[in-house]
Design a protein. Structure first.
Length: 530
């Protein structure tokens, strides 16, 4: 990797562009003007704040906690101890390729803007359209999944606080879960209506909470647990007894990768926040790479710490345990109950996780709204002029509330069928990674010779790293579309390819029937009158 100002286009700005850049010393601001955009959002984020948004969306405590059941069921300790490192290494390569492109094109549009610039004039509108819709729908699915997971965790906390399943504890209905989900989204929308300086503070607080929370829990839980797993169990035990009719250990292992890969998403937030980040052509890439790298380290520590408290996998996965089958909640609760005769300490630990998930959802709305702001700025969304508006605090307020409303509507599918809801949420992983891979693919093919790198670039390794990233995304897209249980019935069918394929059909159809006649890709908004 190479940091080189000389790699960036240093052509002087036209006079009318210079007039729109009062902070000419900021390289990100100047680069935004070079790309043809006015500075409309407040550029007030430091590199730490930019990192914090992506780190809090990745949120190790959120992904690992909510999908620990999946990891236990498909392979157990071996699956997530080693699967985390495998997914982490390949994700870091995806992040490196994205960071290189971000350095050259530091705009809120992020991925779809990159695709437009890298696909060439003939393919730019279509490439931008497909990438943009996969990105924004994937982001909405992430917000839906995160806040719905928080709502579910709150119901588990209520269950344990009222005596647990064996003690007559209260189990809220699916309608209560949806009500919690709506309330959480409402609070997130209100917080995201605040000036960016406030969001910057909350973002840094979220990052600190995630790091400290991980270290507290990974040390405290195995320390409190009266029964501990041996190192041999943690590093070598492979759970094949998943009750899903799958015999192949390799098949089980790759299905277990879902926990790791789902967690390691959302770092495109650093790209979407670049128009609000100081020196974004340098600090945006730093935010992407550092958020992934630090998440890999602290996440592996969290997984190890919690797994040392695992001694009975069937009990953790049983819907009849005190936590109603929520594995990590049962681990926390029983660790304190067996040690002190009360599970209150475990409930407090779940509260630490709940706060981390809350911050994750808050930052996800922030990223959603900036993507919607940029996409509507280029006229790609219905009623674009409305979603593109910013208020006096330079916040895209309408895009904020739209993102929260859509995340609420997407969760309503859970009232009809959890299978349908899970299929829709699967877009959060596959849909987002397809959006990540498209501009990288264009970079290593159509723009292999024409791409002008920014201050951060991979030098001679750029194309090799890019191809590995693209092939990894193609691989996980296939793996996560495989059946997860046999025999295959309407209850056990993996609806991921249906959901992702449906999104592809909708975006391509809308392009053919309508958008190709009017959508031209990113539209600059600096003109001679500016």
């Amino acid at each position: 990797m190479v940091w080189d100002r000389g790699g960036k286009n240093q052509s002087s700005l036209p006079s009318h562009v210079q007039e729109t850049a009062p902070d000419s010393a900021d390289s990100g601001h100047a680069r935004l003007n070079e790309l043809g955009y006015k500075q409309e959002l407040k550029r007030d984020l430091s590199v730490l704040s930019n990192f914090a948004f992506s780190f809090s969306i990745i949120s190790v405590l959120t992904g690992v906690t909510t999908l620990y059941n999946t990891g236990l069921n498909y392979g157990g300790p071996v699956s997530f101890v080693y699967g985390w490192l495998i997914s982490g290494c390949f994700t870091l390569l995806v992040g490196y390729s994205m960071a290189e492109i971000c350095s050259s094109y530091p705009t809120s549009g992020g991925l779809y803007y990159w695709s437009a610039k890298l696909a060439g004039p003939d393919w730019a509108p279509f490439a931008s359209w497909i990438t943009g819709w996969f990105n924004i729908v994937g982001q909405w699915a992430v917000t839906t999944s995160v806040d719905y997971s928080l709502a579910q965790l709150i119901t588990v906390i209520i269950l344990l606080s009222t005596g647990g399943k064996h003690g007559g504890g209260y189990e809220p209905s699916k309608y209560v879960v949806i009500a919690f989900h709506g309330g959480i989204l409402l609070v997130h929308a209100i917080l995201n209506s605040l000036p960016i300086s406030w969001l910057s503070f909350f973002g840094q607080l979220a990052a600190a909470w995630n790091v400290l929370g991980v270290f507290v829990l990974m040390i405290l839980i195995p320390l409190v647990a009266t029964e501990k797993a041996s190192p041999k169990f943690v590093f070598t035990h492979f759970n094949t007894d998943n009750g899903e009719g799958i015999g192949s250990r390799l098949y089980i292992f790759v299905l277990g990768l879902l926990m790791s890969q789902y967690t390691l998403t959302g770092y495109d937030a650093s790209a979407h926040m670049t128009e609000e980040t100081k020196n974004a052509d340098k600090n945006g890439p730093k935010g992407i790479i550092s958020s992934i790298g630090i998440s890999i380290i602290v996440g592996w520590g969290y997984i190890l710490g919690i797994t040392f408290a695992v001694t009975n996998i069937p009990n953790l996965l049983s819907p009849d345990n005190d936590a109603g089958g929520y594995a990590i909640a049962e681990i926390f609760y029983q660790a304190f109950k067996n040690r002190f005769g009360s599970g209150v300490g475990g409930i407090i630990c779940l509260g630490i996780v709940a706060v981390a998930i809350f911050f994750c959802g808050m930052s996800s709305i922030t990223s959603n709204s900036r993507m919607a702001y940029a996409f509507s700025r280029d006229g790609a969304m219905p009623f674009s002029a409305f979603w593109h508006k910013v208020n006096k605090q330079e916040v895209p307020i309408n895009a904020v509330w739209m993102s929260a409303a859509i995340a609420f509507c997407m969760a309503l599918t859970s009232l009809g069928s959890l299978v349908a809801f899970q299929a829709m949420v699967s877009i959060a992983t596959i849909g987002l990674y397809i959006a990540y891979a498209l501009p990288i693919f264009f970079r290593v093919t159509l723009a292999r010779k024409s791409f002008t790198p920014g201050p951060f670039n991979l030098g001679r390794y750029s194309v090799v790293v890019g191809w590995i990233a693209v092939l990894w995304v193609a691989t996980i897209s296939v793996l996560f579309s495989l059946p997860v249980a046999y025999p295959i019935t309407k209850e056990t069918l993996n609806y991921t390819p249906v959901a992702v394929g449906g999104l592809l059909i909708l975006t391509v159809s809308s392009w053919i029937l309508s958008a190709r006649h009017w959508f031209r890709g990113p539209v600059t908004n600096i003109n001679s009158s500016s």
